[in-house]
Design a binder for this molecule. Structure first.
Ligand code: PLZ
Length: 449
């Protein structure tokens, strides 16, 4: 039976969370490990486009897209069709046992889309962290060097190696050590918090000087970086930062590995955030939006690096699962036919205008930044750079009560990020931003404690 189409409109019929969500939450507390949190305990029944319908019949506006995953929208028709069709033929064979075409087609598509016109190869995995782990494996194998350079505020995952690559202790790393060795962290470019006037090339020189002094270029297998940091706070580096790092890597035989797991696939208004400054990575990790909601991740890289690994050195039971590959082919096709990169630029313009006008009124909004449909504001104590995680949390909770899903991020939890599905229509986006503006007003106009 065809599900009835879901209207792209916010509609609240109970308080949030409603009674059915509360009942489910009681079951959850008794059954689910508490280490797995949830941003808001409103349980989803169905979803479409940029609307989540909960188990009480409330329709919420989704400005988080499942953390940058459903860029093509919830239940995108092409993805639903491709997944159903593939599922009815076969769900799994394991590509390492009995291969199939869709895996090859996804690799061809990624080799074509990834920046640079050099020969490339791709390997598929199931999660972002797994892709990052495999990028490090490839870089170490190809260079026969041990060290990995990462940056302040970086986020790369929750597995043992990727916890070591991730900067923030709570909640990701606390008491989960010991961590993998040979990981070296250096300062990034964070224009809002760097000394006034520090440009991209100067910030790169600061990082590279530290690498040369404390690690030594010849020991470095790869430098791993998010071109715009995601969990770390939607930090956009100053222009020239990424190109300077890439040039240094090239000069020193260091693999330049770019993590586009959150930024990739039209989110920033290009296929990849790297495209903005014409930066060409040696290895590229992708996940999230790639699978249109199905778990799929990839490492795409220079053929000479990828070809260095012996047969059997890369893989996994589920990596490149056929249902996920069918979803990815449909998702990438949808991005192209609907010009979701263009949509992301328009969405970014609308969000930017809204956030800047709020910033004019509220000095607690210290910074507004982002690119395309990856926009954020950083909340501080007015007139200072001191992060205000408490006000941030209260603004977000107020949005949630009003049926608008917004997410925080940042090393200090004081950044509100907006990353809606790229198919969100103008009226729904405007309504969501209206709720956000009212929440900002409510929290930031209140007398400070
Ligand atoms: N690299 C840049 O953004 C995942 C994490 C949510 P996985 N970001 C969301 C959470 O709290 O666990 C992410 C990312 C970047 C790697 C990853 C890891 O991707 O698919 O979550 O493993």
């Amino acid at each position: 039976m065809e599900p009835s189409p879901i209207e792209q409109q916010r509609s609240l019929v109970t308080e949030l969370p409603g009674p059915n969500s509360r009942t489910l939450h009681e079951r959850r507390v008794a059954a689910v490990a508490p280490g797995v949190g949830s941003t808001l305990p409103v349980y989803v029944h169905e979803a479409s486009g940029a609307i989540l319908v909960d188990v009480d019949g409330n329709a919420l506006i989704d400005l988080g897209a499942g953390i940058a995953v459903v860029s093509v929208g919830h239940a995108a028709p092409a993805v639903v069709g491709a997944v159903s069709e593939q599922m009815s033929r076969f769900a799994h064979t394991c590509f390492m046992v009995s291969p199939y075409e869709s895996y090859v087609a996804v690799c061809e598509a990624l080799n074509e889309l990834a920046p640079g016109d050099h020969p490339k190869r791709t390997a598929l995995f199931s999660s972002g962290a797994e892709a990052v782990e495999n990028a490090v494996k490839v870089a170490r194998h190809a260079t026969a060097r041990p060290a990995v350079v990462v940056f302040d505020h970086a986020y790369h995952g929750r597995t043992n190696l990727t916890m070591a690559l991730t900067a923030k202790n709570m909640p990701y790393k606390d008491k989960f050590g010991p961590f993998a060795p040979e990981i070296y962290r250096v300062p990034t470019s964070y224009p809002y918090r760097d000394p006034d006037g520090m440009g991209g090339p100067e910030a790169a020189a600061r990082a590279l000087e530290q690498v040369e002094r404390t690690v030594g270029a010849d020991n470095v297998a790869c430098m791993l970086i998010e071109p715009i940091q995601g969990e770390g706070g939607f930090v956009v580096p100053a222009p020239g930062f990424l190109p300077a790092l890439a040039a240094w890597c090239r000069d020193h035989g260091v693999v330049f590995a770019v993590d586009e797991i959150q930024t990739g696939f039209c989110r920033t208004g290009d296929w990849f955030a790297c495209d903005d400054e014409g930066v060409v990575p040696d290895l590229l990790t992708t996940a999230k939006a790639l699978g249109g909601g199905m778990p799929l991740a990839a490492v795409t890289g220079r053929a000479d690096l990828m070809d260095a690994v012996h047969v059997g050195g890369l893989g996994g039971t589920y990596g490149g699962n056929p249902v996920a590959c069918a979803a990815a082919l449909a998702a990438m096709d949808t991005m192209r036919t609907l010009d979701l990169a263009g949509a992301a630029r328009r969405i970014g313009g609308t969000i930017g205008t809204c956030l800047e006008s709020l910033q004019d009124r509220f000095p607690a909004i210290g910074d507004v930044r982002g690119r395309g449909a990856m926009m954020a504001m950083e909340i501080v104590r007015p007139g200072t750079l001191v992060p205000d995680a408490d006000a941030t949390r209260r603004i977000i909770q107020s949005c949630h009560r009003a049926g608008v899903v917004t997410l925080s991020c940042g090393s200090d939890g004081n950044v509100i990020r907006l990353l809606p599905p790229l198919v969100i229509d103008g009226a729904l986006l405007a309504e969501g931003l209206g709720v956000l503006a009212a929440s900002v007003e409510e929290v930031l106009s209140a007398p400070q404690a």
